[in-house]
Design a protein around this ligand. Structure first.
Ligand SMILES: O=C(O)CNC(=O)[C@H](CS)NC(=O)CCC(=O)C(=O)O
Length: 271
């Protein structure tokens, strides 16, 4: 593993596939011009809209999102995490909330279907029933070992509240963990940064958290603050509230230093 720059993209996706892909392309281009070699897009980067519209266009969104990620990775010669996009599940009328990691040759390296679904009545009056349209993944996420970029673990959004999933990733050797999200504005203001820092600190791992921000449609508002956190829990970059990027160095000596200074992963009793 070498030192390199990673970017967490922050965008305001809307119910318009092509507009979102255009926005994503602009921000990937910006990240690459600033030197990023690993770039992450947020949850539902290619479509944020009514559940019925997401289902109706599921096939098109799935195909175009996947092609887009491969094309971008090849054109810009970077590794890309396609935060998430819906992939229809045969004969169910539902989709998997899917994230994939793609290398600069356009090859898919890893794929994960979001396991924990956001079925929550948020105290601001908004009700979320992700399971009404999304099929829960049944498998723990994978860790992709890259000689150059380090071991990369996958997860999505609401997963961040389930530390056992991240323990699995660190057991499998993850150095860098992606948490692409569309966190609600209401929960985000109190929970987002704290949860991400906790996952970074307890697993002494880098966290790369691309995010949705702003108003997407109707009253759907997300928190923003895409960020990159180091293994000590220090916030290296924060994209604030507007579309943009958070960019920071992923450094193997820092990783090694923190794991030496705070060897908590080696002190586990109940593992
Ligand atoms: O809001 C939308 O339209 C899109 N949202 C999403 O795609 C997903 C599933 S509904 N959001 C979350 O998982 C938020 C979790 C969260 O906010 C928390 O854990 O507090």
């Amino acid at each position: 593993m070498k030192s390199y720059l990673a970017a967490a993209i922050q965008m305001t996706s809307v119910p318009d596939l092509h507009r979102n892909l255009a926005q994503a392309e602009e921000l990937i281009d910006l990240a690459v011009r600033r030197g990023a070699e690993l770039v992450g897009l947020p949850e539902n980067f290619s479509f944020m809209g009514e559940e019925k519209d997401k289902l109706a266009q599921g096939e098109i969104i799935a195909n175009e999102s996947e092609q887009f990620l491969k094309k971008m990775a090849q054109r810009f010669q970077v590794t890309i995490l396609g935060g998430s996009f819906p992939v229809p599940v045969d004969n169910t009328g539902k989709v998997y909330n899917t994230t994939i990691l793609v290398d600069p040759s356009g090859e898919e390296l890893a794929r994960y279907y979001k396991v924990h679904l956001f079925d929550v009545n948020v105290p601001d009056g908004n009700t979320y029933r992700e399971s009404s349209t999304v099929m829960a993944g049944k498998q723990l996420p994978s860790v992709y070992f890259s000689e150059k970029l380090g071991s990369i673990g996958l997860s999505v959004c609401y997963d961040v509240r389930f530390p056992e999933l991240y323990r699995h990733l660190s057991d499998k050797g993850a150095d860098i963990i992606f948490v692409p999200a569309a966190f609600t504005a209401f929960t985000g203001k109190d929970h987002w940064q704290v949860l991400l820092q906790a996952r970074a600190i307890e697993n002494t791992s880098y966290i790369i958290a691309p995010a949705q921000t702003g108003t997407h449609y109707d009253r759907r508002q997300t928190h923003g603050h895409a960020m990159i956190i180091d293994p000590w829990g220090v916030i290296l970059a924060d994209a604030g509230e507007k579309p943009g990027i958070a960019i920071a160095e992923i450094n193997p000596s820092r990783l090694e230093q923190v794991r030496r200074q705070m060897p908590s992963l080696q002190h586990r009793v109940f593992s």
